[in-house]
Design a protein around this ligand. Structure first.
Ligand SMILES: *Cc1c(COP(=O)(O)O)cnc(C)c1O
Length: 350
């Protein structure tokens, strides 16, 4: 049995004797060496961290297990979040596991079907608003101030605490921090969490260096890059379709303290990287998860030299939740009668 994040890293988490310890199997995700992409890009060592292998298919589970444990410890019976999809999937699953009620607020028509299906199957109370994520979060923040429900968006510090364990795992596997960590930036909680994780592991003597954090937003949803709130964020990568990140300032701090950058990539670059990840390495992430690889390719094409560098890209969520985006642009495939000779001929062996 996998110990899960709460048990494995309890010395680094806000775990007290009263904190309930449980797990759906989150954490301990694969760090896959990608030699074909290394060649393609000209990168010394490239690893993809497969966060889609978490129980609900994204890194959100790492933070959610801690947030839910602390909610239980505090005697809460209901949790609530705004979501572009993965937070609600995770919140609903962990709430079900622990017998809590979950209320989720999502932007109507702007959430990948697989993610919505998860919230439905776990029987969360779902409210779809005619608005975007930023408006949903604002409503949730007001409601959780007024009513006895626990907010489990990443403005809840326990979420960040749990999510930092991904940085610990990278160091545990590689023996030290990599040169660069590439990561998508939406609400900016995850880049904040990784930086906290790298800093804490260094302080604890588990690593002798810290990576530069390379955050990537989508061009149509790049408030940090542009230095202003984006009222109507647009991108194919729904998990980072956010115009006013809650952890904006912390992301800027992570960037500056780590000597990294926060830059942006176009939807075309995101989908090209998405395809490359699948066809060169057999890794199927959701579009937002391809933004880091797109960023690495962009910087490399701009002349940045990664040929002696160790690079980790965080593949934040599985592609199986957002198949529409693939099927919409898919090439037609062969459809034939169930006849040996016909199939053989069509395959060019005729
Ligand atoms: C939530 C999410 C992001 C964005 O993370 P932030 O912490 O909001 O910056 C990126 N990719 C996936 C798959 C996500 O679920």
């Amino acid at each position: 049995m996998k110990p899960g994040v709460l048990v494995k890293y309890k010395d680094f988490l806000p775990v007290t004797p009263e904190t309930p310890l449980f797990s759906l199997g989150e954490g301990d995700t694969p760090l896959v060496r990608c030699s074909r992409l290394e060649q393609e890009i000209g990168c010394g060592e490239l690893y993809l961290k497969l966060e889609g292998c978490n129980p609900t298919g994204s890194f959100k589970d790492r933070g959610m297990v801690v947030a839910i444990a602390k909610a239980l410890e505090a005697g809460s019976q209901t949790i609530m979040c705004a979501s572009t999809g993965n937070t609600s999937a995770s919140a609903a699953a962990y709430a079900a596991h622990c017998g809590l009620s979950a209320i989720i607020i999502v932007p109507k028509g702007n959430i990948a079907l697989g993610k919505l299906t998860q919230a439905i199957v776990y029987e969360a109370k779902i409210v779809a608003i005619n608005g975007n994520f930023d408006q949903a979060l604002s409503i949730v923040r007001s409601l959780t101030e007024k009513h006895p429900v626990t907010l489990v968006n990443s403005v809840n510090p326990h979420r960040i605490e749990g999510q930092k364990t991904a940085a610990f795992e990278i160091i545990d596997v590689l023996g030290n921090a990599p040169d660069y960590l590439f990561i998508p930036v939406g609400n900016a909680g995850n880049i904040t969490a990784y930086w906290q994780g790298f800093v804490e592991y260094c302080q604890a003597g588990r690593a002798s260096r810290k990576p530069s954090l390379m955050g990537f937003q989508a061009e149509g949803a790049a408030p940090i890059v542009r230095g202003r709130v984006i009222k109507k964020p647009q991108t194919v990568a729904s998990a980072i379709r956010i115009g006013n990140p809650a952890s904006w300032q912390q992301a800027v701090t992570a960037r500056d303290e780590s000597g990294g950058v926060i830059d942006m990539v176009s939807d075309e670059e995101i989908m090209a990287a998405h395809r490359l990840m699948a066809t060169k390495e057999g890794i199927f992430g959701e579009p937002a998860s391809a933004a880091p690889l797109a960023g690495l390719i962009k910087l490399s094409q701009q002349g940045m030299d990664f040929s002696t560098k160790q690079v980790v890209c965080v593949v934040t969520g599985t592609g199986l939740k957002d198949t529409d985006v693939v099927l919409k642009s898919a090439q037609p495939f062969l459809e034939l009668p169930a006849d040996l000779a016909t199939v053989e001929q069509a395959l060019g062996w005729g």
